[in-house]
Design a protein around this ligand. Structure first.
Ligand code: FAD
Ligand code: EGO
Length: 575
């Protein structure tokens, strides 16, 4: 019987390798997993990467497919919202979405243990620890490992799967065997993990069900909760800043300046001790193509696409890789010569897209996101989402809470369903929304405080206002936005090409902004004092939705939230 059953070597018993072994065993393959480290289930301390990770929809879906979602969720902590920490000690929660939209904080080691045990529970899976890949051959399927005694161990298989992480040995072998495009980039930031221990009463020292974020432009810190009531903080800073903080005094001055509220939580002594005795770790972004060599080899997970961790998607993307390979094997009936090239072609656009998104987010946060802006951007996103639930899906929502292909998240706000609307109002504070094509919208207002949005093509928005405090946005092509205002406090945005924007105002409070992202522009409008404008939109929108909207509650909540922020009443502050 073993004649017909494919024999697969999975190189790497990390998160993706162990999950992949589960998927492959379910296909009735014979699987050998080779992991260079010792069995983490026996190890006392595991050095290396982050202690906990954010698991979202893509990763959960993969776990569900091998029957492991429940056990992993039981060992995780839901995070329903971000909690933004200001320098002044303020804390602002911003929901991710509805109740079922949350990310999970999971312990890396525990997750890896669950996955390895599940893989080994199959009689067809054998794990070989302390086996480090030395060489492999994509013509013969032969592999050679060095074990803990320094001895060579050989095997010969039908398929070599590289799940051996960012510095993949399988990938290095592929580069010798095929024309592999390869690109890698280290970013100037490093990261360091710090711990907020449980309180003396053995309780969480901060609100538990949140992703805690301290956005300070180039200095960023996040904290995820652990089951033992501690939090693991990750501090991201440029290496040169890490290096410039040499003494306890430097350190305390820096933390008092940037993250004052975290000092008593981490503990001054622990902070000094950990910071001064550890080295910041590097982060690398790697893209390559193709992912396969003929019918004999394929790389997945970080081996194929290491990314900077600023979207919390590395593991999730790697888990989704397993789903996609599994589907390709189904489609081509386990014919590796068809399934592997198909996998590579299909998946690389998405893996490249999430690498780009993660890098883009890193640059954006580093350059322009402090806590005020973070809150504003997310609240605005939520508001727009509730006004235009089909048109305005926040990017983070698509990435973390859907399985929309990553490259389509970028192409974004593309609508699958035809939810056109026709709303017209002809008097003060009324609104006219008309959509002419699939998911498009047209809002027109002709008097004071009115709003006119007209969209002529897919995903376009057109708002026009002809009198004081009115807004006019007109968009002529896909994803374009045009806002024009003719008088004081008005705003005029005109964009004539895809995703471009042009804002011009000809009187006091004029602006000229060109940006690649609608949310960014709207944020800038708010920043520059165009509060009126949004009051107008929100008031009008609320009136419409009070009468006929299905999502009035979320609309109202997010409008109130945004207003609260603008007028500085939305924050909960703890002293
Ligand atoms: P790895 O986890 O690196 O596993 C590779 C395995 O291969 C290891 O066990 C290694 O020992 C083994 N190996 C290596 N070389 C060999 C060899 N020659 N022979 C045999 N075995 C070998 N992702 C998220 O989804 N959410 C998050 O919140 C998140 N946060 C992160 C925070 C930080 C600071 C970092 C650095 C990453 C984060 N990630 C996150 C990304 C996530 O850690 C990775 O994407 C994920 O670990 C990739 O899994 P992998 O199995 O492909 O690689
Ligand atoms: C403006 C504000 C534009 C990882 C915020 C874009 C990432 C980005 C590292 C968070 C959440 C899981 C994470 C959000 C944005 C993990 C994540 C986000 C960080 C840093 C992270 C969010 C571990 C980007 N998800 N995220 O919307 O909450 O928004 F802050 Cl430094």
């Amino acid at each position: 019987m073993s004649e017909k059953r494919p024999h697969v070597a999975v190189v790497g018993g990390g998160l993706v390798g162990a999950l992949n072994a589960c998927f492959l065993a379910k296909r009735n393959f014979i699987v050998d997993v080779y992991e260079k480290r010792d069995d983490i289930r026996k190890a006392e301390h595991v050095k290396g990467r982050s202690i906990n990770l954010a698991l979202s929809t893509r990763g959960r879906t993969a776990l569900r497919m091998v029957g492991l979602e429940d056990v992993v969720l039981k060992n995780g902590i839901p995070m329903h919202a971000r909690l933004i920490h200001g320098v002044d000690g303020s804390r602002s929660p911003i929901l991710y979405g509805k109740e079922d939209q949350y990310i999970m904080s999971v312990d890396r080691r525990r997750l890896n243990e669950v996955l390895l045990s599940a893989a080994e529970a199959s009689p067809d899976v054998t794990c070989h620890f302390e086996h480090k890949l030395a060489t492999c051959n994509f013509t013969t399927g032969e592999l050679e490992f060095i074990n803990n005694e320094g001895k060579r161990v050989k095997n010969k298989v039908d398929l070599i799967v590289g799940n051996d992480g960012a510095f993949s040995a399988v990938r290095k072998e592929m580069m010798k065997a095929t024309l592999l495009d390869f690109q890698q980039e280290y970013i100037p930031h490093g990261y360091m993990e710090l711990t907020i221990p449980p309180s003396p009463k053995d309780e969480f020292q901060m609100e538990v069900n949140y992703l805690h974020i301290w956005p300070r432009n180039e200095f960023m810190m996040i904290a995820l909760p652990n089951l033992d009531k501690s939090f693991t903080c990750t501090l991201f800073m440029p290496f040169d800043v890490f290096a410039s903080i040499k003494t306890k005094e430097d350190l305390m001055n820096f933390f008092k300046d940037k993250f004052p509220d975290s000092i008593p939580l981490i503990g001054e002594n622990a902070l000094k001790q950990v910071y001064l005795s550890s080295k910041p770790l590097p982060m690398v972004s790697i893209k390559c193509s193709p992912y396969n060599v003929k019918d004999k080899g394929v790389i997945m997970g970080d081996a194929a696409h290491a990314m900077v961790p600023f979207y919390g998607q590395g593991m999730n993307a790697g888990f989704e890789d397993c789903i996609v390979l599994n589907e390709m094997l189904d489609k081509y009936n386990n014919d590796f010569s068809k399934a592997l090239p198909a996998y590579s072609e299909y998946r690389k656009v998405d893996d490249h897209a999430i690498c780009d998104l993660a890098m883009y987010n890193y640059i954006e946060m580093r350059e322009s996101v402090n806590s005020r802006l973070f809150i504003m951007r997310k609240k605005l996103d939520n508001l727009l989402f509730s006004i235009f639930p089909n048109t305005w899906i926040p990017l983070y929502t698509m990435v973390a809470f859907s399985r929309i292909r990553y490259h389509q998240c970028i192409a974004r706000r593309k609508h699958q369903d035809e939810n056109d609307m026709d709303i017209h109002s002809s008097s003060q504070n009324d609104m006219d929304i008309h959509s002419l094509s699939q998911n498009d919208m047209d809002i027109h207002s002709s008097s004071q405080n009115d709003v006119d949005i007209h969209s002529l093509s897919q995903n376009d928005v057109d708002i026009h206002s002809s009198s004081q405090n009115d807004v006019d946005i007109h968009s002529l092509s896909q994803n374009d936005v045009d806002i024009h205002s003719l008088s004081q406090n008005d705003v005029d945005i005109h964009s004539s090409s895809q995703n471009d924007m042009d804002i011009h105002s000809s009187s006091q409070n004029d602006m000229d902004i060109h940006s690649l992202d609608f949310a960014m522009v709207l944020t800038k409008i708010l920043q520059f004092g165009g509060v009126f404008l949004f009051s107008a939109i929100t008031v009008s929108a609320m009136q419409i939705f009070y009468q006929k909207g299905p999502s009035i509650h979320s609309l109202k909540d997010s409008a109130i939230e945004l207003w609260g922020h603008i007028f500085n009443t939305g924050n909960t502050t703890y002293s």
